[in-house]
Design a protein around this ligand. Structure first.
Ligand code: NAD
Length: 513
């Protein structure tokens, strides 16, 4: 790994503008079959700098024709890639991880500039991307493994085979890390990929595809194993989900978009994997270690600008400690450092887009109208042209308010009092989402009971979200379909085949004698 570079705002800004020069100089292209190409239509769209809302760069805007070329390239490359040995894929995926690490400063600074996410988090997200590749590199040799299922007349055995070209569609919040989390297992399984990144933050995908394509071709793999097409969801994204060469769609984004994709993919019977929205509860009982609970509550909603699917956006605090807990939280929230995303001291950067900032800023009014208290924040921050929003805390909220039901996806926490265990479970489950739940208590039995009873795919007890890559990641209800992580990802990217071989002794029914 390279030495850690200088870390202050002037230094990071200077390095970032160096890295961004290539994107600002012309139109950011697609990568199809190893070739950088512009859209066949010539169309482009602009991205903006969340600090100023000035134009950041022009990006090729793909449509059905570009998607068609990319999907055909992925289908062609699949013929070769599926037969590359697991050992070779392991070597290639580790080489991709090496290349990500070598360019981690560039990836982090480009991602931070594109999304407004504070550099303190993006630096780790770039390295986590490399870790995802290493994790699946080591699993590639065993990806095809199956079971032996003998009966008296036959020996049955199963094997797994890659399903085919995959459409990967990702959101704007932490695009690099999320893309690697989809693409690494797909490649390890032997699948090829067409990636359509979010139109608000397309830049780190260019670096990732470039790295993967270079490494694969350097190791003798075909061009077209990974392809990148930029564009609008309703055009490029839609065409990708409808393309007959695409066998499965791995999607991370909003719940309503998931519904669209399911409809769009119906005609070609796409397999889908959805990681969607959340309105996750963190339940704090009066017997909890309240200092640790407070640290975790704040981290899980105010890190990553609150633009995080697993954020603890509803804090359910037991009545007896509610007032004290809310007061301590308010003090800390008011103290959060809002600033330039490239400043290593910044805890909250600008939100990605003026439209998103407006959406987030509509909730303080809704909170007041419904009778909740805006205890901290609720306004724009720092003045200027950027999308800075004050970290915001709503207290005295009820779960039927919109601030408790809707995913705000910003640095905004809704704090709700509860009476007892039953009340906490009822309130937690009374939303359409079910991604994660966080429980803070020292009562072991209660922790197990609530973990069992919460409608969520992932539960953490006395902890913030700490990922262990072999464990299943995903949601229930309207938070998603399917699981990522460990071997679970291979269930999605691969088909299981059964082979039955007779011992040549069983009686075969004879007809037509
Ligand atoms: P989004 O659904 O608006 O967009 C996601 C992607 O889908 C983009 O690339 C977009 O261009 C594309 N898209 C839009 N319409 C499409 C269509 N009709 N067909 C195909 N593709 C289409 O989501 P967003 O606003 O970019 O991201 C925020 C959302 O993502 C939040 O709801 C958040 O909770 C969710 N998210 C979930 C997870 C998770 O793991 N559950 C992780 C991160 C983000």
């Amino acid at each position: 790994m390279p030495d850690a570079p200088a870390n202050n705002l002037d230094a990071t800004q200077e390095r970032a503008s160096g890295y961004l020069k290539r994107f600002r100089g012309g139109v950011v292209p697609h990568l199809i079959a190893g070739q950088r190409t512009l859209s066949t239509s010539g169309a482009t769209f602009d991205t903006i700098d969340p600090v100023t809302n000035d134009r950041q760069c022009a990006v090729a805007s793909g449509d059905a024709a570009d998607i068609d070329m990319a999907c055909n390239a992925a289908a062609e490359a699949f013929k070769t890639w599926r037969n590359v040995s697991g050992a070779k894929r392991r070597e290639i995926l580790h080489a991709i991880a090496d290349a990500i690490e070598a360019r981690s400063d560039e990836i982090a600074l480009v991602e931070s500039s594109d999304t407004g996410q504070p550099i303190r988090y993006m630096a780790k997200a770039a390295l986590r991307g490399a870790e995802n590749f290493r994790f699946y590199a080591d699993r590639a040799p065993g990806a095809a493994d199956g079971q032996s299922l003998p009966d008296s007349d036959h020996i049955n055995y199963t094997m797994r085979q890659p399903i085919g070209p995959i459409g990967v569609i990702t959101p704007w919040n932490t695009p690099f890390m999320l893309s690697t989390w989809k693409i690494a297992p797909a490649l390890a399984a032997g699948c090829t990929v067409v990636h359509k990144p979010a139109e608000w933050s397309p830049l780190s995908a260019v670096i990732l595809t470039e790295i993967m394509d270079q490494v694969i071709q350097r190791h003798g793999g075909p061009a077209g194993v990974v392809n990148l097409v930029h564009g609008m969801g309703e055009r490029a994204g839609k065409s990708l989900t409808e393309h007959p060469e695409i066998k499965a769609v791995a999607f991370v984004g909003e719940t309503t978009t998931g519904s669209h994709i399911m409809r769009q993919g119906a005609a070609t019977l796409k397999r889908v994997h959805f990681e969607l929205g959340g309105k996750n509860p963190v339940i704090v009982f009066d017997d909890a270690d309240q200092d640790r609970a407070l640290d975790a509550v704040l981290f899980m909603i105010y890190s990553l600008n609150g633009e995080r699917c697993t954020s603890s956006s509803r804090a359910l605090v037991q009545e007896g400690i509610y007032r004290d807990f809310a007061a301590k939280a308010a003090k800390r929230v008011a103290n959060l450092k809002v600033g330039h995303p490239l400043d290593p001291a910044t805890e909250i950067g600008p939100l990605i887009h003026p439209r998103h900032a407006e959406k987030v800023l509509s909730y303080p009014g809704l909170a007041r109208e419904a009778g909740a208290t805006v205890a901290v924040g609720g306004e724009r921050a720092l003045g200027g042209k950027g999308n800075y929003v004050q970290p915001t805390l709503f207290t005295e909220a009820r779960n039927d308010m919109r601030i408790a039901q809707e995913e705000i996806f910003g640095p905004v926490l809704t704090m709700i009092p509860f009476k007892d265990e039953a009340d906490a479970v009822r309130i937690s489950n009374d939303v359409r989402y079910g991604l994660t739940g966080y429980i803070w208590t020292r009562d072991v039995g209660r922790a197990h009971r609530i973990a069992r009873d919460l409608d969520a795919g992932m539960i953490w007890v006395n902890s913030e979200n700490v990922r262990h890559l072999p464990t299943p990641f995903g949601g229930v209800k309207q938070s998603g379909i399917g699981r990522d992580g460990g071997d679970y990802s291979f269930d999605f990217y691969m088909e299981t085949k059964n082979i039955a071989i007779a011992y040549d002794g069983h009686k075969i029914p004879r007809i037509g004698l």
